[in-house]
Write a protein that binds this ligand. Structure first.
Ligand SMILES: [Zn+2]
Length: 239
């Protein structure tokens, strides 16, 4: 570990001790380098120095490989396992649906230590998911949050239909309702419109986090939306 990396880790530990109110752009930028490193060439340690746009490109490039059946399955070796056992610097975070057909590391062709992933039915930004994503970016240095919705999402469909559901399932539908309401009256496929509107609503919820908005202001983070096509495996940006 280099001296610079040690300092960065110390800075991140100190950040953990700060209350949200004490966080300023100046504090957030302390110790975080801005060297531009191409994601393809970056080592695990270097990945924390890429820009939000680099992180987005790395994700979309990985998805392109997946769609074209040209996956490289990077960072899945035993040596990578040992490398990331010492610490993690995921370059991007995903807020995705729990749907078994949309596993983040596979559809973006990434490996161990690359992605900080929160998955919950309907890809909703609950307090717990938001807190996890705050941790992922503020402490672990993830430069991008991609809210990933998908085609024919069952949770969104159940919300549209006003389904009567047992247990805690209703809490998911409550969180998806604003997206469904926003999409009403739009031309085209009702379910697709609602899935895409839900992505935008969840992005807005994340951006209302003071921790995340400070990181965005300091150019240390971007939050974008993606829509996954179940038939082709392609992720299209929706924001
Ligand atoms: Zn879903």
């Amino acid at each position: 570990m280099t001296k610079q990396h040690r300092q960065t880790n110390v800075s991140r530990r100190n950040l953990l001790k700060l209350s949200a109110g004490a966080i300023s752009a100046g504090v957030l930028t302390a110790g975080l380098g801005s060297n531009l490193v191409a994601p393809e060439k970056a080592s695990a340690q270097d990945k924390k120095d890429i820009t939000p746009d680099d992180a987005l490109k790395a994700l979309l490039d990985g998805n392109d490989r997946f769609v074209k059946a040209k996956k490289r399955n990077p960072n899945q070796s035993q040596s990578r396992l040992r490398e990331v056992a010492k610490g993690q610097n995921p370059f991007a975070s995903i807020l995705g649906c729990a749907d078994s057909r949309v596993p983040s590391e596979i559809v973006f062709d990434q490996g161990l230590g690359d992605l900080f992933v929160c998955r919950v039915a309907g890809n909703i930004a609950t307090k717990e998911e938001t807190g996890s994503l705050e941790f992922g970016s503020l402490v672990l240095g993830s430069k991008l949050i991609l809210v990933l919705g998908h085609e024919r999402c069952g949770a969104v469909d159940a919300t549209i239909k006003g389904a009567s559901v047992p247990g805690e399932i209703g809490s998911l539908l409550e969180a998806i309702k604003p997206g469904v309401e926003r999409s009403q009256g739009q031309a085209g496929d009702k379910l697709e419109n609602a899935c895409k509107a839900n992505i935008l609503v969840q992005i807005e919820k994340l951006k209302s986090s003071p921790v995340l908005s400070e990181l965005i202001k300091a150019d240390k983070l971007k939050i974008v939306g993606g829509y996954y096509d179940l038939d082709t495996g392609k992720v299209s940006l929706v924001s």
